[in-house]
Design a protein around this ligand. Sequence first.
Ligand SMILES: [Zn+2]
Length: 292
Amino acid sequence: MGKITIAAFSALLLGAGLATPALAADHYAGPVIDTHAHPRLTDDDGLLASHPKGIAPLRALDQAAHVERSALIVIARQGDMAATRAQNDAVIAAAASDPQHFYPIASVHPADGDAALVELERLAKLGVKVIKLHPNTQKFDVADPAVAKVTDKCGQLGLAVLFDSYSPTDGDEIGKLMMLSFYQPKTQFIFAHMGFSHFREIVTLATMRKLGYGGNVWLDISAIVPAYAGSPVQPELVWTLRQHGMDHVLFGSDWPVDTPEAAIAAVRALGLTAAEEQLVLHDNAAKLLGLK
Ligand SMILES: [Zn+2]
């Protein structure tokens, strides 16, 4: 039987997907920005009753995972503007209690029409930089003209739109989102979960970018990376991210779906270069949010 060399043994380990201690040094180890986290601020915000209330639990998880800044997201309900304003004020106040760490992501409901547009103006004046829209939770169709009015207004006000981009019942949703982003190049669109199980459609964006479209689309890889890291699909996911451009990819935990620590570990398992990890885990979000 032939002698197995150390090099061959190392290659074997790598082939089996086992990281050697030496490889750990090739990871980005600096501060992280989590662009997608859901705090439970009230008793009736639709999150699980088991989800701990307040922002202290998230801050503790962030400290353990070297997350230096985190989003706090709320999602507006339809037909009660007083409640929408109160919820937005609550998330702004929660973030303001620790402004070096948290920033607020407020929300409106497109079906609230002009009242939603007025609320966007109020939010922009209060310093909010990102608006959350969730077609599945808020029960609207992305192709509804009322949605385009909201995202157009966001573009005028310099508000980025964090858009959940996965619908279990509307297979065309990612296409509708892409069309919206092409028609409204002044609005920054963040596709949360990058279409999740429909992510293969994202390659269309990469091709459209060659024609000058899609530079206003950012891919939020929360939920999708922990779902696919280590799976047979992982190489295609990474290839798709690179086709789109690693300078437009944002890290998120989607807490409480994943802890920041688990979500970061999943990103580090993708086999990105340290420079790519730095873009995804920190630099892209800092640029989009105007942080130093
Ligand atoms: Zn989410």
